[in-house]
Design a protein around this ligand. Structure first.
Ligand code: SF4
Length: 321
């Protein structure tokens, strides 16, 4: 088993809720509430759950794009929240992110070649010819052509824009990339192209991914291990095959029942969860999932289930699993 590149240890990220005339803190949105997991070198770790479950916040907090509330994040054994500003700046090229909407982070008045090259200039590569050479090389690696260098963001399709987003992350030779819903806004056929590109890049450049998605079927294609989050907590984590063949948590089972089956002769019973996802500012007592769980019993609302290893490196937080 390869060693951990990223170790997340009891990570919490709370956002204050302010109210009253003096805008005092009157509560907290517990976006990430004590989550621990490792991401091994060279693996693609999938993080899934409904929107608002805290998965994107984890991605950003791992990269230290903002503060944590409690807990630790280690990169190659180094606690990144203990690094000074300058040390963090030096580490930054190794830790990159691909967003769902790369268009939002691109200046419409700057040519994409220059936008991709900005990161190199920021990190001390001052030779303009070298910057251009590396941008052209990265465009090619990402399936774009050299003439795209001089084009503006609005001249690209959704899939091409995501290739630009990947090129921006890749230009600094990172070790670790958080891909935050990178294909959610794309058509299905384009999704496959981007997933194949990410998969090829991972193999060729020995990358490690945290792949965030609300869609388990997307994660199934790319990831080695998968964690399932609900309301700020990890409720299940296992290797991909183990999780897909033997899901134990009722929430994971419900997510899986929503994956379309390509064979029309196979019928899968859909588990429809009742109610909306509760507010992370006021999560339910005991098991946070008990208000929607189809098999909840009395103990579920009273006692927080232990997150435990049930064998085969399969972790679950459910009294009845
Ligand atoms: Fe459902 Fe109870 Fe398990 Fe929570 S602990 S998932 S409510 S059965």
């Amino acid at each position: 088993m390869s060693e951990a590149l990223i170790r997340v240890d009891r990570l919490k990220k709370y956002f204050p809720i302010r109210g009253g005339v003096f805008q005092r803190t009157v509560g907290y949105v517990k976006a990430v509430d004590g989550v621990s997991f490792d991401i091994r070198k060279g693996e693609s770790f999938g993080l899934v759950g409904e929107s608002g479950c805290g998965k994107s916040t984890i991605g950003r907090t791992i990269l230290r794009l903002g503060d944590k509330t409690e807990g630790n994040v280690f990169f190659n054994g180094q606690d990144i929240y203990k690094l000074r500003k300058e040390e963090m700046r030096k580490l930054r090229p190794k830790l990159q992110i691909v967003f769902q909407d790369p268009f939002g982070s691109l200046n419409p008045r700057i040519k994409v070649g220059e936008a991709i090259g900005e990161a190199l200039l920021d990190h001390g590569v001052t030779d303009r010819k070298e910057v251009r050479r590396r941008v052209l090389q990265t465009l090619e690696i990402c399936g774009l052509a050299s003439y795209h260098y001089d084009r503006y963001p609005h001249e690209f399709s959704g899939g091409q824009r995501q290739r630009i987003g990947i090129a921006r992350a890749l230009i600094l030779n990172p070790d670790f990339i958080v891909a935050d819903e990178p294909v959610s806004a794309l058509d299905v056929s384009i999704q496959a192209q981007i997933i194949n590109l990410l998969s090829d890049l991972q193999r060729e450049q020995s990358l490690t991914y945290l792949f965030i998605s609300h869609d388990l079927s997307v994660v199934e294609h790319l990831c080695n291990r998968v964690g399932v989050m609900y309301l700020g907590s990890m409720v299940e984590l296992a290797g991909k095959e183990e999780l897909f063949q033997n899901p134990l948590h009722p929430y994971t089972k419900a997510l899986m029942s929503a994956i379309p089956v390509p064979d029309p002769t196979v019928k899968r019973e859909r588990i429809v969860l009742k109610g909306d996802i509760p507010s992370p500012a006021n999560p339910p007592s005991g098991c946070k999932f008990h208000t929607r769980c189809p098999i909840a019993t009395d103990i579920c609302s009273q006692k927080v289930p232990e997150y435990r290893n049930v064998g085969h490196d399969h972790w679950v937080a459910c009294h009845l699993a």
